[in-house]
Design a protein around this ligand. Sequence first.
Ligand SMILES: Nc1nc2c(c(=O)[nH]1)N[C@H]1C(S)=C(S)[C@@H](COP(=O)(O)O)O[C@H]1N2
Ligand SMILES: [Mo]
Length: 263
Amino acid sequence: MNKKNSHINPSLDTEYVLKEAEKLVSRQLDHSHRRRFLKQGLTLGGLAMLTGCDISDNSSVESALTRISGMNDRVQAWLFSGQLLAPVYTESQITRPFPFNAFYSEDEAPVIEAADYKLAVSGLVADKREWTLPMLYQMTQVSQVTRHICVEGWSAIGKWGGVPFADFLKLIGTDLNAQYVSFKCADDYYTSIDMATALHPQTLLALTYDGEPLPRKYGFPMKLRMPTKLGYKNPKHIQVIEVTNNYTGGYWEDQGYNWFGGI
Ligand SMILES: Nc1nc2c(c(=O)[nH]1)N[C@H]1C(S)=C(S)[C@@H](COP(=O)(O)O)O[C@H]1N2
Ligand SMILES: [Mo]
């Protein structure tokens, strides 16, 4: 069994849930699509992101399975577009308070002074100038309400605002054929993502949470918010962004979590 599943609520029969979900999805596909789907497989995180449901207990699993049987179009899009949009929510659905999580406790979160902050950009990009916060605030900002899913067995809906990461990557002259974008953070955390996810329309260089500057505990001054990836792939307190063809893994990924970790 995949190591990351061991963090999901132990009362859940993971194998059973995934088998049921796969049966439901396969039923909606023709032969060649079914073959492709079964090869690709389904994870609990993928099921949660596909249905927009929290999959942390048995009753939520029931509703996720019920939803899947009525979502033929979405399943097709998920499998074949490569640009599936994660579900979005209304502001009234935001989880309050939004949980904090890291490999340390909240009072140990890095302290970063806004005025001193510099974002370094390296690797396969034309413009390697350092970025200050005012430079990032000057770019066109958008916001979105999406669900964050942590493999430790919780999920929560939050609102993040910032710069579409694709805009940022294009502005600095990124080689869009490069394989990876990797991140180093102000704590010991690091991660890396595939270029398709970096360019996904919902991937945000997030500077705000719920309309306010990103609080320290949620990654001040900047994090990458990807509703198509599980929580452990969403880096907080980013200090270095590198575009590269070298695999650089990640803090959790190097301990056995799935590197792709998303849809
Ligand atoms: N820099 C950094 N980023 C991180 C982590 C971390 O420990 N350090 N933890 C990850 C995990 S496992 C989760 S669930 C989310 C939690 O984000 P939140 O505190 O905004 O809920 O941050 C992710 N990004
Ligand atoms: Mo997490």
